[in-house]
Ligand binder design. Structure first.
Ligand SMILES: C[S@@+](CC[C@H](N)C(=O)[O-])C[C@H]1O[C@@H](n2cnc3c(N)ncnc32)[C@H](O)[C@@H]1O
Length: 308
């Protein structure tokens, strides 16, 4: 009998309430000055935006999810007239949006990934129990959902997604089994079906015990692929750097080693090119007490860069 390897901290079931991760260290790193503008590239439930506003900063918030934009519009935008604005945009468009709105931010914060409410949203098909078609798009305007990827990608492409983005040890077997099931017209189409399908692959391979659901890594990989998370994060901070003044700050919280590597390498390249300075060389991780209170925080790592 074999056990599964440890995985990345994604949960099998999700609560709809979202607790902001590394709230104080992240907003401290932004060095908020009263009356200046800051970009919150991932508004979500507004935990980080709220802290910036409480410290006297103004916030231009981005979110691709209409539900998050509606929360920001009905909430802070009414509560803080002239000090808070939210746009339904991908933060990769930060340069264009700030130019259009004539806002010159002094800092940018990106708290990457998904809000707990999105995980809990049955219609998005992100949970192992969802009986809705596998969608997984945070941004409903994206062309392809998770089911489209499963229906159209070649075995090699699925393998690459599961291994690169999910670090899934059975990536090859799962990709092959999915393509076989597809050819017989038996492709799993809901979160529940896909979770059961992957459990079946693990069971047949002799894995019986696991601290985490065996489908955790494949679900995470599909969500990252569907939402083009790595590309957006890289573009968001690259474009963001261009709009910040000297001593402006970029702060990024990531939950996945691939994302963290992208941020670390971009910051390193910029430091070498004299564009500024990386602030926490190894990155910061949450305190044990935060992880106890909010298990979702356990895979978080925060990095920050100061513009020269
Ligand atoms: C982890 S949550 C942010 C939580 C937030 N900091 C809080 O305290 O409530 C991530 C949010 O960012 C949004 N998002 C993810 N990628 C995005 C992107 N590239 N551009 C804009 N919004 C994005 C998601 O829709 C989600 O609402």
């Amino acid at each position: 009998m074999e056990s599964l390897p440890e995985d990345s901290g994604e949960e099998a079931s999700f609560s709809a309430s979202h607790i902001p991760v590394m709230l104080v260290p992240a907003v401290d790193a932004l060095m908020v000055s009263a009356g200046e503008w800051y970009v919150d590239g991932t508004f979500g439930h507004g935990g980080h935006s709220g802290e910036i506003l409480a410290r006297g900063g103004n916030v231009l918030a981005f979110d691709v999810d209409p539900a998050a934009v509606a929360r920001g519009t009905a909430g802070y935008q009414k509560e803080y007239p002239g000090r808070f604005l939210i746009v339904a945009e991908n933060h990769r468009n930060v340069a264009e949006v700030t130019a259009r709105l004539n806002i010159r931010p002094r800092g940018i914060l990106i708290d990457s990934g998904w809000a707990s409410s999105q995980m809990a949203d049955e219609a998005l098909g992100m949970s192992f129990l969802s009986e809705a078609p596998l969608d997984m798009r945070m941004d409903p305007t994206l062309e392809s959902c998770a089911l489209d990827l499963l229906e159209t990608l070649e075995q090699e492409e699925l393998l690459q997604i599961f291994s690169d983005l999910g670090e899934e040890p059975l990536a090859w077997v799962i990709a092959r089994n999915l393509v076989e099931a597809r050819s017989r017209g038996h492709l799993p189409r809901t979160g529940k079906d896909l979770a059961a399908f992957i459990s079946g692959v693990y069971y047949r391979k002799g894995f019986r015990r696991s601290r985490k659901h065996p489908a955790t890594r494949v679900f995470m990989a599909l969500r990252i692929a569907v939402n083009r998370e790595i590309e957006s994060l890289s573009l968001g901070i690259t474009e963001g750097r261009k709009v910040l003044p000297v001593s402006g700050r970029i702060v990024v919280i990531s939950f996945h080693s691939r994302e963290d590597r992208v941020v670390k390498h971009l910051f390193k390249d910029w430091s070498r090119s004299g564009l500024g300075e990386t602030l926490f060389h190894r990155g910061l991780v949450p305190d044990p007490s935060e992880i106890r209170e909010n298990p979702r925080a356990r895979s978080a790592r925060m990095r920050a860069f100061s513009i020269a």
